[in-house]
Design a protein around this ligand. Structure first.
Ligand SMILES: NC(=O)c1ccc[n+]([C@@H]2O[C@H](COP(=O)([O-])OP(=O)(O)OC[C@H]3O[C@@H](n4cnc5c(N)ncnc54)[C@H](O)[C@@H]3O)[C@@H](O)[C@H]2O)c1
Length: 265
């Protein structure tokens, strides 16, 4: 599939399936420029949403998927800017119905080799960034309700070798999700997270490229998944769409593994 076709293909697919669960809704996706966030933005757009992309990087001029969406350049670690951005989206669209936290970064090192600045960076972006956006979204959704879906990781559910800061940040996202679900329930705000394992995205490509033998690393990752391959961003986006939709109206505080069986072992 050509990259510049995937929005049109998804729109067509949703039309054929009769899925339009976000018609008339306003949706914000952090990290929406790339990988899982991009696939999620496309899926929610294809199901009828007005989509706002929040990302520290701008869309590539060659990626027409974003022509139909609004882009706001923002670093999710900047709490004040996050607050004003979510308020701006609520004012412009009349509401913020769904927020997806997909902005995130990775870092590989054992606990004893993790430098203080790498630890702080991972926690700042993955955990504090998710907190900043979740808190701002919950303030904007008060009185009207809404759904928040965080992209955690299988690394938030189980320990992984040489992933100290990443595991800690994603474990924090899982627990933040549960706490926020309880705090949001009286206001009809549902908060859930998905926990993917390896998914074919630029983040994983970069990690594989850093390994001493990248093709052996890719083969090892594939064969380590019970399903025998990595996940696709669209497969994570489908789970996010379910959790964000009214079909999941009685589901809050869950960490849904989307991992080809990885954490079932
Ligand atoms: N790809 C995987 O295998 C995998 C598995 C489990 C969880 N995840 C999680 O899914 C999320 C998305 O990962 P991906 O693989 O799609 O990565 P990606 O690198 O393709 O996309 C991440 C996006 O987040 C943006 N971003 C990063 N830091 C930001 C910041 N401070 N402020 C605003 N935007 C920022 C980037 O610009 C990028 O567009 C991450 O939280 C990641 O930890 C990924």
């Amino acid at each position: 599939m050509r990259r510049d076709d995937d929005l049109a293909i998804e729109v067509q697919r949703m039309r054929e399936w009769g899925l339009a669960r976000f018609t008339g809704m306003s949706v914000a996706v952090t990290g929406g420029i790339s990988g899982i966030g991009r696939a999620t933005a496309i899926r929610l757009f294809a199901e009828g949403a007005r989509v706002w992309i929040i990302d520290r990087n701008p869309p590539a001029a060659t990626d027409p998927a974003f022509d139909a969406m609004s882009y706001i350049g923002l670093d999710v670690t900047d709490a004040e800017s996050v607050h004003s951005t979510i308020t701006h989206i609520a004012t412009e669209s009349g509401a913020v119905d769904v927020v997806v936290n997909a902005a995130g970064i990775a870092h590989s090192a054992r606990v004893q080799d993790t430098r203080a600045n790498d630890w702080s960076r991972l926690i700042d972006v993955n955990l504090t960034g998710t907190f900043n956006v979740t808190a701002a979204a919950m303030r904007a959704m008060k009185g009207r309700g809404g759904a928040i879906v965080n992209i955690a990781s299988d690394a938030g559910l189980v320990g992984q070798l040489a992933q100290a800061a990443y595991c800690a940040s994603k474990g924090g996202v899982v627990q933040l999700t549960r706490a926020a679900a309880l705090d949001g329930a009286p206001d009809a705000i549902r908060v859930n997270c998905v926990c993917p394992c390896f998914v074919e995205t630029p983040l994983v490509d970069a990690w594989i490229a850093e390994q001493p033998d990248p093709s052996a690393a890719r083969a090892a990752v594939q064969s380590d998944q019970p399903i025998g391959r990595m996940g696709r961003p669209q497969e994570v986006a489908a789970a996010v769409a379910y959790l964000a939709s009214a079909e999941a109206n009685f589901v809050t505080g869950v960490a849904l593994a989307v991992d080809g069986g990885t954490t079932a072992r």
